[in-house]
Design a protein around this ligand. Structure first.
Ligand code: NAD
Length: 549
């Protein structure tokens, strides 16, 4: 079995730090500390992979080792397909993953192509090599629960119990985000090893197989007003029904099983993990039917919790759509998390800015954190987040930090990091990137672009323009994907990564890309008629011909 480890240190094996950055981030994505199932190249989110197969992985590594500073490598669904001479301010890598012509954009056709070795599912940051483990989503999850607490519980989750399922790569952030907001959470996962991983990385406090014990612990903590996260081993359909039957009060209900992928991401009721794996191989059609029927029940139970007074929201896995397609007519009675809690941030170009220390030295991230505190002394939310992150986040693979920053802030931080690398205060180059789940990079009508003010939820042009303008601006690697988050047919999205190596060239590229990228978020929301975005565009001088003149 292959054992890929994140590469650290100051010695490079590529012809420049930019190519080395790509290589290190690819390795990092597959480090067992970071990836969910590295042996099959799966990073997170169902079957979100870093490369199509091991032959492709080896060929990518070899090509990166030899790539010149004025060449660009092309990746087609996890396979290296060409190297062209471009120029030294163009991206070193361009990636397109899982993109299908709309009429064929469904899981059936994808699986056919995948079986023939012609496709790979890239999720969002798996196939675009900027996954940083569960931390990548923690702050977004934290912000979501914080906003929920503001809207429904007077600013804190203290004295409340949240019920959710799915403690995988991204869903594993939920327990920590709830306890950071002082609440109690029961996180159900059918795969015990996923809960163990969350306990090892301190994202979850305790594990149990016993539902009654989970409820007792939750009730005690709720009564004392203490924060506690409980990992409960079980199938969500069983546990949720039992909790409803016992009349136990749930205050918040959501879900992050990989419902976007009924074949690989969700375990049907009544099946052990082994039985599920066997059925998946032997009769995938039946598997999908059972899986979708279970999800329909799952959503019915979420609706029942909502009717009993819980705050319910969809956490970006498309489970409402699957339930709706399988007869649950009121599946969309609870909202998605973006329109409910996140959209105002997107209007300001705010989103999951992240950076990674290529040296592997945590001191580099500490120095970067310190700089962020200096640059944004009045941003209380950010400072509170940094305190919590420094105290509670265990790094996975290369040390990294996530920080939600908006238009203007990202470029400020990016240029500051480049200066610190130049001055030797940070020991090696820093990779700067983001999730595809961002303000101006995604079209996903059941998630990021749900209920847009002007009804433009399904307009994919914005994601394409994001990738194009970031390429023109000179990102280090730029990606375009289909199907991330919510599955085939439901989303189009783009990724951006840029390397701060301390050079003047990097400074120029950072200045451009960290302006165009969040700028697209402001523009997209201004165009849709959001006043906050129009104001931000006017105040900060973004040129939108038919709005700012
Ligand atoms: P993952 O595949 O790593 O984890 C999914 C987990 O669900 C697994 O641990 C699996 O054992 C568990 N599971 C499956 N069926 C179950 C069942 N019936 N009962 C209990 N547990 C079950 O995926 P991930 O990276 O954690 O992502 C989870 C979902 O959230 C995906 O659909 C993803 O696209 C979506 N997502 C949302 C956001 C967001 O910010 N809202 C961000 C990233 C991903």
């Amino acid at each position: 079995m292959r054992n890929i480890r994140a590469k650290k240190g100051l010695e490079i094996e590529c012809k420049g730090w930019e190519q080395e950055a790509v290589l290190r981030m690819l390795y990092n994505n597959l480090d067992p500390e970071v990836a969910e199932h590295p042996e099959s190249l799966v990073v997170y989110g169902g079957i979100g992979k870093a490369a199509r197969n091991w032959e492709s992985f080896d060929a990518i590594v070899e090509t990166l080792r030899n790539l010149e500073a004025d060449e660009t490598l092309l990746i087609q669904s996890g396979k290296p397909v060409a190297v062209f001479k471009t120029h030294d301010e163009a991206p070193r890598v361009l990636l397109s993953n899982s993109v299908l012509v709309p009429k064929w954009a469904n899981w059936e056709h994808f699986h056919e192509l995948d079986k023939k070795g012609l496709m790979m599912y890239g999720q969002m940051t798996a196939g675009s090599w900027i996954y940083i483990g569960s931390q990548g989503i923690v702050q977004g999850t934290y912000e979501t629960f914080a906003e929920l607490a503001n809207q429904h519980f007077g600013g804190s989750l203290k004295g409340t119990v949240t019920l959710t399922a799915g403690l995988g790569g991204m869903g594993g952030a939920q327990p920590l985000a709830v306890t950071m907001n002082s609440g109690v959470v029961i996180g159900v996962d059918v795969d015990e090893s996923r809960i163990d991983k969350r306990i090892e990385t301190r994202y979850t406090d305790v594990k149990t197989h016993d539902l009654d014990e989970a409820l007792r612990l939750a009730e005690e903590a709720r009564n004392k007003g203490e924060a506690l996260s409980i990992g409960l081993v079980g199938n969500a359909v069983d546990t949720h029904r039992a909790i409803l039957d016992k009349g136990f009060k749930i205050d918040v209900i959501t879900d992050q099983t990989s419902a976007h992928d009924p074949l690989n991401g969700y375990v049907p009721q009544g099946y052990s993990l082994d039985e599920a794996a066997k059925l998946r191989e032997e009769d995938p059609k039946k598997y999908v039917e059972l899986s979708e029927a279970s999800m329909a029940k799952h959503v019915e139970y979420m609706l029942e919790f909502q009717q009993n007074g819980a705050v319910a929201f969809d956490y970006g896995n498309n489970i409402r759509q699957v339930a709706f397609n399988n007869g649950v007519e009121n599946a969309f009675d609870f909202p998605g998390f973006v329109p409910a809690y996140i959209r105002p941030l997107f209007c300001e170009g705010k989103g999951p800015f992240r950076f990674v220390a290529l040296s592997g030295d945590p001191k580099d991230i500490e120095r970067a954190d310190e700089e962020m505190r200096k640059l944004f002394p009045d941003n209380e939310k950010l400072l509170r987040w940094l305190d919590l992150a420094q105290e509670k986040i265990a790094y996975q693979g290369l040390p990294a930090r996530i920080a939600w920053l908006g238009y203007g802030e990202r470029v400020k931080m990016g240029l500051a990091l480049n200066r610190l690398v130049h001055d030797g205060e940070i020991s090696a180059p820093i990779v700067i990137g983001r999730d595809h789940l961002d303000s101006g990079s995604v079209a996903s009508p059941n998630r990021e672009t749900e209920s847009m003010k002007d009804g433009s939820d399904a307009v994919g042009d914005w994601a394409v323009l994001n990738a194009l303008v970031n390429t023109a601006a000179g990102g280090s690697w730029i990606s375009f994907h289909h199907g991330g988050g919510v599955g085939m047919g439901y989303s189009l999205h783009a990724g951006m990564v840029v390397v701060a190596d301390g050079s003047e060239r990097a400074e120029r590229r950072l200045e451009r890309v960290l302006t165009t990228d969040p700028g697209m978020g402001v523009v997209r929301h201004a165009d849709a008629g959001y006043d906050i975005a129009v104001d931000v565009a006017k105040e900060r001088g973004i040129h939108i011909p038919m709005i700012t003149g």
